[in-house]
Design a protein around this ligand. Structure first.
Ligand code: ADP
Ligand code: MG
Length: 233
């Protein structure tokens, strides 16, 4: 599904530059649930943004679903993002003046679906995350866990092959974090490939494989016995 080799990324700072990713090699197969772990500043978000085609590496190779991701213009990048990828962020990134249903339906607009289809699909996915009764509520009327569920529904609505989550539980209390992880585990059980960036050990252990980054290098990459989030809720 995803093949990365010898990926490098630096950010310019003044006259010099900060070398953030220093030769990353990573393969992810369809159906995996992978945690990308590391302390703050280790390059996790940088790597996830490159995987998400939100940013581009300086050198190295990246193939997503058989397509080489290289020198894409913004339009092509957007097409691949919409086709392959769903995003979940720590801060939910919902649109505040749109209700839950409209938030979930929005990406479908960019897929060219008609209004009725968008509404139906959005309802289906809101139901899937248990929030159909909240369809007409604004984000400000929802709890943190509910907002993240809406964000997950939005990510799923476009039927991505790969779900990318950057600290999805970072703004949630422990109980709510585990509920979100339980839901992500269910999605993975159904076959969805999921990559989760986290700096929390307990969250990483709920994945099936842990990749540890330190100073832009993969220190360790191993399969683990998945801790089921439901046991902790
Ligand atoms: P993590 O997600 O692991 O906390 P990041 O990938 O966000 O780490 O950042 C890695 C390093 O790169 C940090 O030192 C950060 O300050 C720096 N960095 C991240 N984004 C930028 C940017 N757009 N410009 C300059 N430096 C950046
Ligand atoms: Mg980060």
């Amino acid at each position: 599904m995803l093949k990365i080799s010898q990926l490098h990324k630096s950010y310019p700072i003044g006259d010099s530059s900060l070398h953030v990713l220093k030769g990353i090699d990573l393969n992810v197969e369809s159906g995996e649930m992978v945690a990308i772990m590391g302390s703050s500043g280790s390059g996790k978000s940088t790597l996830l943004n490159i995987i998400g085609i939100l940013d581009e590496a300086d050198s190295g190779e990246y193939t997503l679903d058989g397509v080489e991701i290289k020198n894409l213009n913004e339009k092509k990048a957007a097409i691949y993002r919409n086709k392959f990828l769903g995003f979940i962020f720590q801060s939910f990134n919902l649109i505040n003046y749109k209700n839950a249903l409209e938030n979930v339906a929005l990406p479908l607009y960019y897929q060219g679906l008609k209004r009725k289809e968008r509404q139906e699909k959005a309802k289906f996915h809101l139901k899937k995350v248990g929030l159909l009764d909240w369809a007409h509520h604004l984000p400000s009327e929802l709890s943190g866990g509910q907002k993240q569920r809406v964000a997950i529904a939005r990510a799923l609505a476009a039927e991505p092959k790969l779900l990318l989550a950057d600290e999805p539980t970072g703004a949630l209390d422990m109980g709510t974090s585990y509920e979100i992880m339980e839901f992500l585990q269910q999605l993975n059980d159904e076959g969805k490939t999921i990559l989760i960036v986290t700096h929390e050990e307990d969250i990483a252990k709920m994945c099936k494989r842990i990749v540890r980054l330190r100073d832009g290098v993969i220190m360790e990459d191993k399969k683990v016995k998945q801790v089921r989030a439901g046991q902790n809720v």
